[in-house]
Design a protein around this ligand. Structure first.
Ligand SMILES: [Zn+2]
Length: 208
């Protein structure tokens, strides 16, 4: 089940243009195990059996014939430090990554960003796949549901796969809108109170 779910969302991130080629990765936590997409395998060639099972504590591959995603250390570290997070979507989606390359947090120009936080902050640069990058991401998350990775891409998290995926989409959408607002020369961020108000309404909305 978990293997199929990770595969389904990995394919969705590809089909919906959040990732291209072999970039990005998706994982889900079940107990002490995480299910994660393989390294360097194009999405259009991936099948559910390619999803690996990795011990979150030790990093040992428990099941799977492929090589685990190069960002496995980052996924493990996020789960180890944030017990409430059960799913992670990492992408290089274009507009969000433009902000990451510019070292600019995505400003709250649209109310949907309240699902992530007050903005989408930028974690300092470290080379992909390194423990340094994993530490930067965890230190920057701090209760946010998404971060930008400087000169690299996006991480979105959630209590379940659907939440993490939706947030990866929201981050890209708001980045696109913020980019457009910059282009028009008029960026109008919402206030903290307006964002809190929107977030409250999401809770009612999703529970109904
Ligand atoms: Zn990446």
């Amino acid at each position: 089940m978990s293997r199929e779910e990770v595969f389904t969302y990995a394919k969705m991130s590809y089909d919906n243009g959040l990732t291209v080629g072999t970039s990005g990765n998706v994982s889900m936590k079940k107990g002490n195990v995480m299910y994660i997409t393989p390294s360097a395998l194009p999405y259009n060639e991936m099948v559910a059996d390619d999803i690996l099972q990795v011990d979150i504590e030790t990093g040992e591959i428990l099941d799977g014939t492929r090589k685990a995603s190069s960002e496995t250390p980052m996924h493990r570290y996020i789960y180890l430090k944030n017990p409430e997070i059960n799913a992670i979507v990492h992408t290089h989606s274009t507009y969000a990554t433009i902000f990451a390359c510019a070292h600019m947090p995505i400003p709250p120009v649209h109310y949907t960003i309240a699902d992530i936080g007050k903005s989408v902050p930028v974690a300092p640069y470290a080379k992909y796949g390194t423990e340094a990058l994993a530490e930067h991401v965890v230190n920057t998350l701090q209760g946010s549901n998404g971060v930008l990775l400087a000169n690299h891409g996006v991480v979105a998290v959630g209590e379940n796969m659907g939440d993490a995926y939706r947030r990866a989409e929201v981050i890209e959408e708001v980045a696109h809108l913020a980019y457009g607002s910059h282009t028009l020369g008029s960026v109008n961020p919402l206030t903290n109170a307006q964002l809190d108000d929107a977030r409250q309404s999401f809770k009612t909305y999703t529970s109904n």
